[in-house]
Design a protein around this ligand. Structure first.
Ligand SMILES: [Zn+2]
Length: 418
């Protein structure tokens, strides 16, 4: 990394922020995305460092000894004893829900079967009932609250899916709520078949005709849950092709419980990502490695449901592009913390902290189509997490620890731990 500052910068009214005396500044190396293979482990580390921000973008980064003389108003943040990493990007969340599933969690913990949970009113459709009953204003308030909770764990960019409305008004209200909170909206119109629809084919036809035209005005991507009992590959293909024709990028929830052909479908359609992959075998790993589809892993969901973990090490070693995300949702991953995901990645998926860093910054931003963030580099959007340790690897090492001291989002201090 090189410093991008002139030796004397005239005051010109620009808003500047200097984080000084940091023990470490750590960022994925290089300039391209997504990172694969050995490149995913390649990070730049500067010790005794500063980061300078100007009008929401990184202006300079370097060693304290190279800090230029700064004139004019500069807000300063003391980085003594802290390390800095890029703002985290959570590329897979379901934040637009009302109610909760605490009762279902307790029943499952007590050994209830999935059928018993459904009989007790659990599952996605219980969240659908509560979410339909909430108004648009309440959904906006809910998503903003979850965004703020994510921020305290270092997330400066989040994707948020619909999929709990499964009707015209509530699906659009969910997408609007994500957009209003500054998130990246994904239309998960094919999450489940709502009770008023007779079958999956009828529902997909209805959603394409009645929801897609307006959803495509708000969302940047479409998503489908390919699994037994929800949507099969033929239904997913039909839905995704219609969404692609409407200008949306494509995502797939696939291989969570069983291999249904979601990986070949993602490759065939040029999807941005396939997410989950707990059930993906060696053939799927090889197919993803030979493709441009990003393999998004969600280890909290696997942990929550006591499922096998996805083959993280095998995917990276085969050359696949990977990303990590929380899958934040009320049923199977009620967790906003990417640092917790890092710990699971390093202990359960066989990934190094460097790989977790790249997978939840530059690679996750790539999944969302955002090439202006994910690294601490001159000119990029100034999203920064200050870690409360002189060694950045505490993010993964301190399991569920309170590691985030403060967060800079687009050049402003957006969170400061009390
Ligand atoms: Zn999900």
């Amino acid at each position: 990394m090189t410093t991008g500052a002139d030796q004397s910068v005239p005051p010109d009214g620009a808003r500047r922020l200097l984080v000084r005396d940091l023990a470490q500044v750590v960022t994925p190396a290089g300039t391209h995305a997504p990172l694969r293979g050995a490149a995913l482990r390649d990070v730049d580390v500067i010790e005794d460092a500063f980061v300078l921000v100007r009008d929401g973008a990184f202006e300079a980064v370097g060693r304290m000894g190279d800090l230029p003389r700064l004139e004019g108003d500069v807000e300063e943040v003391d980085g003594h004893g802290l390390s800095a990493i890029p703002g985290l990007v959570d590329c897979h969340t379901h934040p637009a829900f009302a109610g909760d599933r605490a009762n279902e969690f307790a029943l499952r913990a007590g050994g209830a079967t999935y059928e018993e949970l459904l009989a007790a009113g659990g599952g996605i459709l219980s969240t659908t009932r509560a979410t339909r009953a909430a108004g648009a204003a309440e959904l906006r308030e809910i998503v903003a609250r979850h965004r703020d909770a994510m921020l305290t764990h270092g997330t400066t960019t989040f994707e948020g899916k619909s999929g709990y409305g499964l009707d015209h008004d509530t699906e659009l209200a969910q997408l609007e709520a994500v957009r209003a909170a500054g998130g990246v909206p994904t239309w998960l119109g094919a999450h489940a078949v709502p009770p008023e629809q007779p079958d999956a084919d009828t529902y997909i036809d209805w959603a394409i005709e009645h929801v897609l035209p307006e959803a495509a005005e708000i969302a940047v991507a479409a998503d489908v849950f390919v699994e037994r009992g929800t949507f099969d590959v033929e239904q997913a293909r039909r839905y995704l092709i219609a969404c692609r024709a409407a200008g949306l990028a494509l995502r797939i929830h696939g291989d969570q419980l069983s291999e249904m052909g979601a990986v070949p479908l993602a490759v065939e359609l040029g999807a941005r990502s396939i997410d989950h992959l707990e059930a993906t075998g060696p053939e799927g790993v090889a197919e993803l490695a030979a493709s441009n589809v990003v393999a998004v892993m969600l280890p909290v969901a696997a942990l929550y449901l006591a499922r096998p973990m996805p083959r993280g090490r095998a995917l990276v070693d085969a050359g696949a592009a990977i990303a990590l995300a929380t899958d934040f949702n009320p049923g199977s991953a009620f967790c906003e913390s990417l640092p917790v995901v890092w710990t699971l990645a390093c202990t359960q998926l066989g990934l190094a902290p460097e790989e977790a860093l790249g997978a939840s910054t530059v690679n996750a931003a790539h999944v969302l189509g955002l090439d202006d963030r994910g690294r601490i580099a001159v000119g990029l959007r100034a999203d920064l997490v200050l870690i409360d340790a002189p060694d950045w690897r505490h993010v993964a090492y301190h399991f569920a620890g309170d590691v985030v001291r403060s967060v800079v989002r687009e050049g402003r201090v957006a969170h400061l731990r009390a």
